[in-house]
Design a protein around this ligand. Structure first.
Ligand SMILES: *Cc1c(COP(=O)(O)O)cnc(C)c1O
Length: 397
């Protein structure tokens, strides 16, 4: 393999990757478990997990085997035919979500687009054309035009021409604000049971249950965006399960493919109002994606990763609580292995840098917030190592 230093790769990347995102001069080439290796051969402890994606860690044997076997059989046949893996995956996801009908796509945004279309079709059919969707400030739902409009970042609305119509935002966690926003024009509420990009903000069980009642009272569909929180990330199959709430539509992505792009939108039989032509896509119900996702779900079960997420998450929580008073960390929070804490000022980017110097990858979703979302496979010893490296990073910042 040609060797090239990290800065040169970064320079080449900046010439050809769109959008000029701010990235360090780090180019990743391989990974094993919770560890990533860059072009300089340096190993770093990955507590970003590809943004809450790499549920089984890097190089998971289950994923490698599923990819190999399925690739040798059939990579793609187009959504115009059935394929066994995508049928089995849909059955499995229907069981996990307590739903009957499942759409399989590639990205979280695509799954949310499906949810939005479904809710609006229901509104057109069953609620006199109601098409407004209530979502929450600080919520995140993706980067297509409609999901950007649904996202609760005011600075995104109108960035690319007129924002997609029919989205109204209310404060997260405020039931009376949601109640006040209800009306005959509203077809659905769309929200995350825990706001991930918003900084791991949990609205809590009473709010989520109250919202379920409110949606029933006003005859409005409840959509849980579990793209980030679902499939073990919060220590249960669904964060909605932790709150004892079943939505009408649920979306999944990120961890579902363990790093391979697979997403899902699931609903009850009577809400599957799509007619031929309404919903689809070239890469929907993809055989290779389905094989990988099935392997991920099987591994979550067989390796006891829901339990591991709970135990290791609690361990991370204890470490953060210990470090908090000594280093001015505020509000350690989260469930399972979706965790966050705040810094006294906007120092999150500096801490991410400092941690990288100590061989630990962290993510800063907000200027003063650090988010932790390591693979669900992280071990007790690796969490101890995380604590050690985080403390060094805090001391050096
Ligand atoms: C990441 C995310 C999305 C978007 O998923 P993509 O795969 O990036 O399209 C949507 N909703 C939530 C809650 C997310 O965290």
């Amino acid at each position: 393999m040609a060797t090239m230093d990290a800065a040169t790769w970064a320079q080449r990347g900046r010439q050809v990757w769109m959008g000029g995102a701010i990235r360090p001069d780090t180019t990743m080439v391989s990974g094993r478990g919770v560890w990533l290796t860059d072009t300089d051969g340096r190993e770093v402890l990955d507590f970003v997990g590809g943004w809450a994606v790499c549920a089984l860690g890097h190089g998971a044997p289950e994923i490698v085997q599923a990819l190999r076997e399925q690739a040798a059989k059939l990579v793609h046949c187009g959504p115009g035919f059935w394929n066994p893996g995508a049928i089995e995956l849909a059955e499995r996801l229907a069981t996990i979500t307590g739903m009957d009908r499942v759409f399989l796509g590639s990205t979280g945004a695509e799954a949310n687009e499906c949810a939005i279309k479904l809710a609006r079709k229901w509104g057109a059919r069953s609620k006199a054309g109601a098409f407004t969707i209530l979502s929450t400030w600080k919520g995140f739902h993706g980067r297509t035009l409609a999901t950007m409009a649904a996202t609760g970042k005011p600075e995104w609305h109108g960035l690319f021409g007129p924002p997609s119509e029919g989205f109204v935002h209310v404060d997260y966690g405020d039931l009376s604000a949601m109640d006040a926003a209800m009306g005959p024009e509203v077809c659905a509420v769309l929200l995350e049971p825990v706001q991930g990009e918003g900084g791991v903000l949990s609205a809590g069980r009473p709010y989520l249950q109250g919202l379920r009642d409110l949606c029933d009272k006003h005859r409005v569909l409840l959509i849980h965006d579990e793209v980030q929180t679902g499939l073990g990330r919060c220590g249960a199959w669904l964060a909605g399960d932790l709150a004892g709430v079943r939505p009408d539509i649920v979306t999944l992505g990120k961890g579902l493919g363990g790093g391979f792009p697979v997403s899902c939108c699931a609903t009850r039989r009577e809400l599957d109002l799509f007619e031929p032509g309404d919903q689809g896509g070239t890469f929907t119900y993809h055989p290779l994606g389905a094989a990988v996702a099935l392997a991920v779900l099987r591994a979550i079960e067989e390796r006891g990763l829901l339990e591991n997420a709970v135990a290791r998450g609690a361990q991370v929580g204890r470490i953060l609580s210990e470090l908090a008073p000594r280093h001015g960390l505020a509000k350690p929070r989260g469930a399972g292995l979706l965790r966050a804490f705040d810094l006294p000022g906007p120092g999150a980017a500096a801490l991410v840098e400092s941690a990288r110097g100590h061989g630990l990858l962290l993510n800063a979703p907000k200027p003063a917030t650090i988010r932790l979302c390591p693979p669900l496979t992280v071990s007790e010893a690796e969490v101890v190592e995380f604590g050690r490296r985080l403390e060094h990073a805090l001391e050096d910042r």
